[in-house]
Design a protein around this ligand. Structure first.
Ligand code: GDP
Length: 302
């Protein structure tokens, strides 16, 4: 329901599709497909995906495979679903067999990293895991306190920097060591998110990744990139850069309860081939859901 209401704007942008297809006939095919492409662009699918979808529909119409407006609508939904699922299959967390599993959460400030870690801790604890948090955002003063609130709220333990100049990588390394010694199942690592164009952040993330890998071989098991769902196509260059530098294994899309722009999700998944693992649909502890591509497609098309 929250996903559905969050995508009301995207659905409005795409409502024109229904009108177009209601009166669809072959002789007007070109005009209708042009307008359909325009609607996808407005809904933030981006030029590449919009063109790709419409081109496939055109071929199928010309080949006589799609004969009515409703068939075209179903084919449209299916092609979006395929784009979301064909390259990026592993939507469940891949935590390996060594303990503790390490999940690093990265992304720019304000996207929802800390909140997502809190919600993720709640979800994983409910599945029976013993959770340790690591306050690796040593740059923003309030970040550790904010994570401590989430640790308390979810009944998780937390490792924070024990001095002002402590580096992020040493907090994470310390947390993973403690996780290993004290039998934790999962260490959830927060990281800094100052502007992604700031190279030293990327260096820090690389150092964090190396540091946890030295403590537990194969760690981090997941590097989840948090993307603010309301930023539309602006999320694409961000996702590209984080992926090039640290290698992202999954996406968490936040604020899908707000006025999220749905189409860009399809662009990011298609371009990077990285699965969306969770979606954030609110600020509460229960507001993180596993990504369900079918529910997503149904929420953006009425
Ligand atoms: P960080 O800087 O990346 O750690 O971002 P925060 O976790 O501090 O989140 C920034 C703001 O976004 C906070 O006010 C959060 O409550 C809010 N937020 C995070 N996720 C969601 C979400 O899924 N839905 C909504 N509505 N707000 C969210």
């Amino acid at each position: 329901e929250k996903l559905f209401s969050g995508f009301s704007k995207t659905r409005n942008n795409l409502a024109v599709v229904d009108e177009l297809l209601l009166y669809w006939n072959l002789s007007e095919s070109d005009r209708v497909l042009d307008e359909l492409e325009e609607a996808l662009l407005v809904a933030d699918f981006g030029p590449k995906i919009s063109f790709k979808i419409v081109d496939t529909l055109r071929d199928d119409i010309l080949a006589g495979k799609l004969k009515s407006g409703s068939q075209i609508k179903e084919a449209l939904k299916k092609s979006v679903l395929d784009l979301l699922t064909s390259k990026a299959k592993k939507t469940e967390l891949q935590l390996g067999f060594r303990k503790p599993a390490v999940i690093m959460v990265v992304g720019v400030n304000g996207g929802g990293k800390t909140t997502s870690i809190g919600k993720l801790a709640h979800r994983l604890k409910n599945e029976g895991a013993k959770i340790l948090m690591a306050a690796g955002d040593t740059f923003r003063a309030a970040a550790s306190e904010q994570l401590e609130v989430w640790a308390e709220r979810t009944g998780s333990e937390i490792v924070v920097a024990d001095g002002e100049k402590v580096k992020a990588q040493s907090v994470l390394s310390q947390a993973v060591k403690r996780g290993k010694e004290q039998g934790y199942d999962i260490v959830l690592c927060d990281t800094s998110g100052r502007l992604h164009t700031n190279y030293s952040l990327m260096e820090e993330l690389i150092a964090c990744k190396k540091a946890v890998g030295k403590v537990v071989s194969g760690a981090p098991n997941e590097i989840l990139l948090v993307l603010d769902g309301t930023t539309g196509l602006n999320m694409l260059p961000q996702a590209r850069e984080f992926n090039e530098v640290v290698g992202i294994t999954g996406l968490i899309l936040t604020k899908l309860d707000g006025s999220a722009r749905g189409g860009c999700v399809v662009s990011v998944v298609d371009e990077l081939g990285i699965p969306v693992k969770f979606v954030g649909v609110g600020e509460g502890v229960d507001d993180l859901q596993p990504f369900d591509a079918e529910a997503f497609v149904n929420a953006i098309f009425s």
